[in-house]
Design a protein around this ligand. Sequence first.
Ligand code: SF4
Length: 307
Amino acid sequence: MNTPDEIKALSDEILRLKKEKDALILAHYYQRLEIQQVADIFGDSFELAKKAKAAENRLIVFCGVSFMAESAKILNPTKKVVIPRADAGCRMANMVTPEDVLKLRAEYPDAAVVCYVNSSAATKAVSDICCTSSNAIKVVRSLPNRRIIFVPDKNLGAYVAKQVPEKEFILHSGFCPTHRNITADEVDRARSEHPGALFAVHPECEEEVLAKADFIGSTSQIIDYCVRTDAPEFIIGTEVGVVDRLAFYHPEKKYHLLSPWLVCSDMKKTELSDVLRALETESSEVVMSDGEIEAARLPLERMVAIK
Ligand code: SF4
């Protein structure tokens, strides 16, 4: 844990070096607050993917987990993309393989494969289109196919299936271990401790938790909901980084993290000293072959093209 003085010194050096190296720092909302604060752009996976695609800087420093940095490289392959912690992966992304998708395709040849961006480039490459939690419903509705194979998140898939009842869904069995941890009992307890607070939750949670929500949305949508809604108090059912951000930038309202388990250990691996090292050494670079990039590009481009 850095002291405020150390955070200031590290941040100043990062900001100086960022300019000198013509670097763009992107940070996910689940990153530590001090990292979001040195970033040029912060957001959810969809916003970051769009910004990475449009980036004109020589160097992109992606503060998040590896599938996000990989997506940035795929969408903007001429840029050098580095991730400060190469060991920051996503446990959900590791739950699905290209072989799983190919098996489902063989079983349901008329279905379109919708792949949550929380997946490897190899899995994206055998899918038809990607989605994030903010655009999954739009993505599914944009497809002519009645049958949808949704990988890897079964909770997001089930949530989308409820919103698009005219389609038939085949769900993979993956899940986010961080969001899956929380229970409906915790929601009841939080509601009794904070009567009157509105409950906003991420669709990666279990259905019984979503059923108790006042609002369901991606990280950006949850932040937007808390800021725009006229209520003074919220219970937040997503990673703690969202609560940290809301509490810092909108202190006029109260936010309660639903459960102490809502911490993604991979997202929290990155520290300011890692960001500084990434800028100094321009590593760890995301290295992908032209073939890997080309194979995964189309499903991501199709997603970004949806308004
Ligand atoms: S919060 Fe869940 S889905 Fe997001 S990076 Fe962490 S493990 Fe993966």
